[in-house]
Design a protein around this ligand. Structure first.
Ligand code: UGA
Length: 444
C-alpha cells in the first residue's frame, strides 16, 4: 500500500484516484472547488462515467479514498502526487497551463518531505521541466522531489476499464529511480511499462492522439470520395482493417471527432510545431477535414429537404460520443446552431446529456424519446451512435414523421433496409452502389 495524492477531481483525477484506491493504495483526491468536494463527500459523482460511482463508493467505504480541498491534508503523508488538473485550449490552440502552475506552486509551498510528482495532465512538451523550475523557485527550503510524466490514455465512457486494462503505461523522467517507483505502482495492471525521458513521454501523448485523429480524418476523406464513386466506406474500412499493419480501430467514418481531447490536442501540437518553426501540414488537414464533416451534414440536409427554413429537424444524440454526457466540441453543437441559423426548428433527444445540452443550446427543443423527436419531423439525423438507436421501431418512426429524410451520421443502419421502409436514406460515405449488373445489364 502506498500513499497517493491526486490533484484535480475532474475526469482523469477521479478515475485515477478511484482506481489506485481499488488497487489497495491509500488515496486523497484534492480539488480547489469546494462544492465539488462537498458533493463527492456526500457520495454524489459530478460526471457521468459508467462504473465510476461504484468504484468510488466502494473505496470511500473502505476508507482507502478521501477527498479534500486542503493541500496540507492531501500532501501530509503522500509519497506520490499525481497532477491531473485541466489544460484547456487557450488562444491560438496553445494549452492553457494556469491550473498546472497553481498546482506546482501549491505543492512547493506545502511540501515538507520528499515527493515524486507525476504529471498526468496533457501538457506541452517541456512542461515537466517547467513544473520542476516552478517548484524549486517557490520552495521555502530545498526538499528533494522528482518529476515524472505519465500520460493518460483512457477514453471517456470506458475509463475504468481502460485504466485497469491499459495497452501500455508510459513513464518519462530524468530520474530513472523515480520512474521505477511509479512503475511499481502500476505492476498490478500487468502491462508493458515504457520508461523514457520526460519530453519523449509528453510527446507520446500528443503523437498518439494526433495519430488517432488522423485515422478518423483519413477515413472521413475516403468516405467523401466513396460517396462520389459509389463505394461503401464501411466495407472499405472492414477490408482495410484486416491488414494487421492497419487494424480495424478508429476507422469509423462519421461526423468527425469531438470531445475534450482530440480537437484540443491536435490544435496544441499544431501550435507547438508552428512556434518551433516546423510546418504542421498534416495536422492542419486533419482539423480541416474534421470541420468539413460537420458542415457537410447541414449541406446535405439543405439539399435533401430543398432548403432548411421552417423545416423540422430531429437530432438523435447530442454528446460527442456514446456513454458520456460530455458535450465539449460535440458535432451536435455546431450542427444544431447552424440549422437554427438557417431557420430550421431543431428538436433533439439524448439519453444522458439533456440537461447540459439545454444550457449550451437554448434554442433547441429537448424531447423525452426518439419517438417524440420523430413526430412530425421532416428529417432525422443520427449525431451520436447510442446503442439504443440501433434497436428502434423504425417503421413506427417512419409513420410518425412528416417527411422521409434519414441522415445517418454514424452509419448505424443498413441503407437498403431503410430504403425498404420508405426512408430517403443517406449515410456518410455510402455511395449508391453501381454494381456491374446495374451498368451492364444482368449476366444471367
Ligand atoms: C481519446 C483517446 O482515445 C484516449 O486514448 C485519450 O486518453 C483521450 O482522448 C484523452 O486524451 O484524454 P476520448 O476523447 O474519450 O479519448 O474518446 P474516443 O473514444 O477516442 O473518441 C474521440 C472522438 O473520435 C469521438 O468524437 C468519436 O466519435 C470519434 N471517433 C472515434 C470517430 O469519429 N471514429 C472512430 O472510428 C473513432
Amino acid at each position: 500500500m502506498k500513499n497517493i495524492c491526486v490533484l484535480g477531481a475532474g475526469y482523469v483525477g477521479l478515475v485515477t484516484g478511484a482506481c489506485f484506491a481499488d488497487l489497495g493504495n491509500k488515496v486523497i483526491c484534492l480539488d480547489i472547488d469546494e462544492s465539488k468536494i462537498e458533493a463527492l463527500n456526500r457520495g454524489d459523482v459530478p460526471i457521468y462515467e459508467p462504473g465510476l460511482a461504484e468504484v468510488l463508493l466502494r473505496n470511500v467505504r473502505s476508507r482507502r479514498l478521501n477527498f479534500s480541498t486542503s493541500y496540507e491534508d492531501a500532501l501530509k503523508t503522500a509519497e506520490f502526487v499525481f497532477i491531473a488538473v485541466g489544460t484547456p485550449s487557450g488562444v491560438d490552440g496553445e494549452a492553457d497551463l494556469q491550473y498546472v502552475r497553481m498546482a506546482a506552486k501549491s505543492i512547493a509551498k506545502v511540501m515538507d518531505h520528499p515527493l515524486i510528482i507525476i504529471n498526468k495532465s496533457t501538457v506541452p512538451v517541456g512542461t515537466g521541466d517547467w513544473v520542476a523550475d516552478i517548484i524549486k523557485k517557490h520552495q521555502e527550503e530545498p526538499i528533494p522531489f522528482w518529476v515524472v510524466s505519465n500520460p493518460e490514455f483512457l477514453r471517456e465512457g470506458s475509463a475504468i476499464h481502460d485504466f485497469m486494462n491499459p495497452d501500455r503505461v508510459v513513464l518519462g523522467s530524468l530520474h530513472h529511480e523515480a520512474a521505477e517507483k511509479v512503475a511499481q505502482l502500476h505492476l498490478p495492471l500487468r502491462t508493458t511499462i515504457q520508461i523514457t525521458d520526460l519530453r519523449t513521454a509528453e510527446m507520446i501523448k500528443y503523437a498518439s492522439n494526433a495519430f488517432l485523429a488522423t485515422r478518423i480524418s483519413f477515413i472521413n476523406e475516403i468516405a467523401t470520395i466513396c460517396e462520389r464513386l459509389g463505394a461503401d466506406v464501411k466495407e472499405v474500412a472492414v477490408g482495410m482493417g484486416y491488414d494487421k499493419r492497419i487494424g480495424p480501430a478508429f476507422l469509423d467514418a462519421g461526423l468527425g471527432f469531438g470531445g475534450s481531447c482530440f480537437p484540443k490536442d491536435v490544435r496544441a501540437l499544431e501550435h507547438m510545431a508552428l512556434i518551433h518553426d516546423a510546418h504542421p501540414q498534416l495536422l492542419r488537414a486533419v482539423l480541416d477535414i474534421n470541420r468539413h464533416q460537420r458542415r457537410q451534414v447541414v449541406v446535405k440536409l439543405r439539399q435533401m429537404l430543398g432548403g432548411l427554413n421552417e423545416r423540422r429537424v430531429g437530432l438523435l444524440g447530442l454528446s460527442f460520443k456514446p456513454n458520456t454526457d460530455d458535450m465539449r466540441e460535440a458535432p451536435a453543437v455546431d450542427i444544431a446552431r447552424q440549422l437554427h441559423r438557417e431557420g430550421a426548428y431543431v428538436q433533439a433527444y439524448d439519453p444522458v446529456s439533456g440537461e447540459i445540452a439545454a444550457r449550451i443550446l437554448p434554442d433547441i427543443r429537448l424531447a423525452e424519446s426518439v419517438y417524440e423527436v420523430a413526430k412530425d419531423a421532416d428529417a432525422l439525423v443520427v449525431v451520436t451512435e447510442w446503442n439504443e438507436f440501433r434497436h428502434l421501431d423504425m417503421e413506427r418512426i417512419r409513420r410518425n414523421m412528416a417527411g422521409k429524410v434519414l441522415l445517418d451520421g454514424r452509419n448505424i443502419w443498413d441503407p437498403e433496409e431503410m430504403a425498404g421502409l420508405g426512408f430517403v436514406y443517406s449515410g456518410v460515405g455510402r455511395g449508391v452502389n453501381m454494381n456491374s449488373s446495374d451498368r451492364e445489364g444482368d449476366l444471367s
